[in-house]
Design a protein around this ligand. Structure first.
Ligand SMILES: NC(=O)C1=CN([C@@H]2O[C@H](COP(=O)(O)OP(=O)(O)OC[C@H]3O[C@@H](n4cnc5c(N)ncnc54)[C@H](OP(=O)(O)O)[C@@H]3O)[C@@H](O)[C@H]2O)C=CC1
Ligand SMILES: CC(=O)C(C)=O
Length: 319
């Protein structure tokens, strides 16, 4: 079945659908149906991660849709991410193979280093803590991890590689050492944190931004009552009402119209469909410029338990 989702071209000449379905927090009991519903309305891009704990259930949906002839593997774009406890080069391939097995795939379209900071390996936990509950770090350098990621491309296990949550300085280090450039930096991006400077830096180097938490991640586990809700912002509501769209559709279109890949998450059939129904309009330059002014450094995914890690991306650097 053909899909009307437009694609962007990466620096390695491979293409990626501009809109994908996020899967963080999608419960194992819900995500299989969500992925099937998404494929039915035209999604072809799925954002997964080992740490989300639901790759097997995503894989069930992909296998079902491929086996029934609804989609071909080559029409899908599947991303996963290397978790922080597997940065040591000798661990990278093993955990990728687990992800491939869970997803029931022979290759990934995109594999990302999930965060630049490494956590203690082989402690039996994805968030290893000491007796006081303090997260345990590892000093593996992400540049060494990157060199191992390059081997995965050469061996045909992944088509493209990239990073996530890397700041400018960290990307510069990767670019200096790379023989294969990252195709994307997947970062938090929405009107309260539009990432204008990091986006410009990446784009000047041929690296496309993928915007995560584009709707403000209202179901994030650490959300507190009373915190501002992007989806209920009256200024965004006014724009959405004026153009006859929902706030969610405006937030998704904001990313696409500024040249960003966007991966909203939903497990609700009607929202999955509505979030995909964004290809019959564009935002005007004026509306994009207006939305740009809503930035308030409003980061909602800080990975704060690792804040004292020397490689934590949001500690010292402006962007
Ligand atoms: N690389 C990284 O470190 C990170 C990557 N990500 C990726 O980005 C994806 C998206 O980000 P995420 O943080 O999940 O949050 P989003 O900003 O995508 O928001 C998801 C929430 O919005 C709700 N929602 C979805 N569509 C609508 C709609 N049309 N109207 C109202 N509410 C809606 C969902 O509810 P419901 O599901 O109940 O419909 C869910 O509660 C993740 O799932 C993950 O794949 C996210 C964070 C970090
Ligand atoms: C959701 C996610 O990818 C995080 C917090 O790393």
């Amino acid at each position: 079945m053909a899909s009307r989702v437009p694609k962007v071209r990466f620096n390695n000449n491979l293409e990626c659908p501009v809109l994908g379905l996020g899967t963080w927090k999608s419960k194992p009991g819900e995500v299989t149906q969500a992925v099937k519903d998404a494929i039915d309305v035209g999604y072809r891009h799925f954002d997964c991660a080992y740490v989300y704990g639901n790759e097997k259930e995503v894989g069930v949906a992909l296998t079902d849709k491929i086996n029934s002839g609804a989609v071909r593997r080559e029409d899908l774009f599947i991303t996963s991410k290397l978790w922080n406890t597997f940065h040591r080069p000798d661990l990278v391939r093993g955990v990728l193979n687990t992800t491939l097995k869970n997803l029931n795939l022979q290759y990934l379209d995109l594999y990302l280093i999930h965060w630049p900071q490494a956590y203690k390996e082989e402690a039996g936990s994805l968030f290893p803590v000491d007796a006081n509950g303090k997260l345990q770090f590892s000093n593996v350098d992400f540049v060494d991890t990157w060199k191992e990621m390059e081997g995965l491309v050469r061996d045909g296990l992944v088509r493209s590689i990239g990073v996530s949550n890397f700041n400018r300085r960290q990307l510069e280090r990767v670019l200096q050492a790379a023989t294969i450039k990252p195709v994307t930096n997947q970062i938090e991006s929405h009107p309260y944190l539009n990432q204008k400077r990091l986006k410009a830096f990446c784009e000047e180097r041929g690296i496309i931004i993928t915007a995560y938490s584009p709707l403000g991640s209202p179901d994030r586990p650490w959300a507190k009552p009373g915190e501002p809700l992007l989806l209920e912002d009256p200024k965004l509501k006014a724009i959405a009402d004026r153009i006859g769209k929902s706030v969610a559709q405006v937030l998704i279109r904001y990313q696409i119209d500024r040249g960003t890949i966007v991966i909203p998450k939903s497990v609700t059939k009607s929202r999955i469909a509505a979030n995909f129904d964004v290809f019959d309009f564009t935002l005007s330059k004026e509306d994009i410029a207006l939305i740009d002014t809503f930035d308030c450094n409003g980061r909602i995914c800080p990975e704060s338990s690792a804040f004292d890690h020397p490689d934590h991306p949001f500690r010292n650097d402006e962007y």
